[in-house]
Design a binder for this molecule. Structure first.
Ligand code: ZN
Length: 377
């Protein structure tokens, strides 16, 4: 079943019943505004009091929300307030784009209640799948309430059914990851490219307007892009989302793909920082001042040049940069200069505020929007 990403509920989808749509509205209002009374919910959703009461009754029965005391009276009996029960369900989130893998058990507010780390530094193939199984089993075992599902961010191209079309880093080619996980755990599993997952997190947490557009570009040894268009995640599907092998002018570096001048060769850790820093951890890299990073300017310019046509096509409200390049505060400015050199203008470009947790939060967010139809934000 395709697990495509609608984010904030603002329209009833074609195949959705009114009942389900109303439930999403009420639950989202409790997420956003709780604690709230049933009368408040009726006002904010535009639904009748009887409908709201029925939905709230169901949500209480399911343990997703709780009654948390009484609001102030406006004359009569003080109203009972309803609030999300953050520990009512959990989501397991996995980020396969870091070495070793990282995983987290998130509550309904997106707070990390337990985390997990892969044992092997860089597992690939079947070994990587075994590592995911171990992490998911460990975290599901720590959940004090049912797990809603599993969300996984993959460094590679993933189609809308959760099949990994290709991941050079994990040596996967046409792997039905979502299907395999669902068979083993019986839990709905949402798989996306890591930049797509991060885009979901940035959109939800960055205060974006429901219908706005956002581009998230993740720049490491790989360069990948995640797009939220009119409030919906654009699933890139077959080959999209990976900019690593787009050739850029002025580079004669040989790429692992056999071609010359791929963007990924210009942005790789070894190229940007120098080979002696290739294995330096993220914390230590942050200690390096931008002036001492020899090829930061060159890398940011190459990324900006490749992003420019994507930007002019989508005309996004915001561009967010994550990954290696987000570690230096001057990078968004360098990117904006490079984009402006191509287009004559640039949208707002900013560094991620979620640092390396963006993929985990986005992976958890996919589970939340897929299973409950609501978003964090
Ligand atoms: Zn290449």
């Amino acid at each position: 079943m395709p697990r495509a990403g609608g984010l904030r509920p603002h329209l009833k989808t074609e195949h959705e019943s009114t009942r389900l749509s109303n439930r999403r509205f009420v639950l989202q209002a409790i997420f956003d505004d709780g604690p709230v009374s049933r009368a408040d919910l009726s006002r904010s959703t535009g639904l009748g009091k009887a409908t709201v009461s029925e939905i709230v009754g169901t949500l209480l029965g399911e343990g997703l929300v709780a009654e948390t005391g009484q609001g102030s009276s406006t004359g009569g009996k003080p109203p009972t307030l309803i609030e999300l029960d953050p520990g009512g369900r959990f989501a397991v989130a996995v980020d396969l784009g870091v070495r070793p893998f990282e995983a987290a058990l998130l509550d309904l507010r997106g707070r990390v209640v337990a985390d997990g780390h892969g044992k092997a530094l860089a597992p690939t193939g079947r070994e990587a799948i075994e590592e995911i199984h171990r992490l998911v089993a460990e975290l599901v075992g720590k959940a004090s309430a049912p797990a809603l599902g599993v969300g996984i961010g993959v460094p590679g191209v993933v189609d809308a059914t959760g099949r990994v079309v290709a991941s050079d880093y994990l040596h996967w080619d046409g792997l039905g990851l979502s299907e395999e996980m669902e068979d083993v755990y019986g839990l709905p599993t949402y798989v996306a490219g890591d930049a797509e997952a991060a885009a979901i997190a940035e959109f939800g947490r960055g205060g974006s307007e429901p219908d706005s557009d956002l581009i998230y570009v993740k720049v490491d040894n790989r360069v990948s892009v995640g797009i939220v268009a009119s409030g919906r995640v654009h699933r890139t599907g077959r080959r999209g989302g990976d900019l690593t092998h787009v050739t850029v002018p002025g580079s004669d570096l040989k790429c692992v793909c056999g071609r010359v001048g791929c963007l990924g060769t210009v942005t790789s850790v070894a190229e940007v920082l120098g080979p002696e820093y290739a294995d330096l951890g993220s914390e230590a890299r942050r200690g390096l001042s931008a002036e001492t990073v020899p090829k930061l300017d060159q890398a940011a310019t190459a990324v900006g040049t490749v992003l420019a046509p994507i930007i002019v096509a989508l005309d996004p409200d915001k561009v967010v940069v994550g990954g290696l390049l987000a570690e230096w505060p001057i990078v968004p400015g360098l990117l904006a200069d490079a984009v402006a050199d191509c287009l004559g203008w640039s949208p707002a470009i900013e560094a991620t505020r979620l640092a390396h947790s963006a993929v985990l939060l986005g992976a958890g967010g996919m589970v939340l929007s897929g299973e409950l139809g609501v978003v964090w934000g």
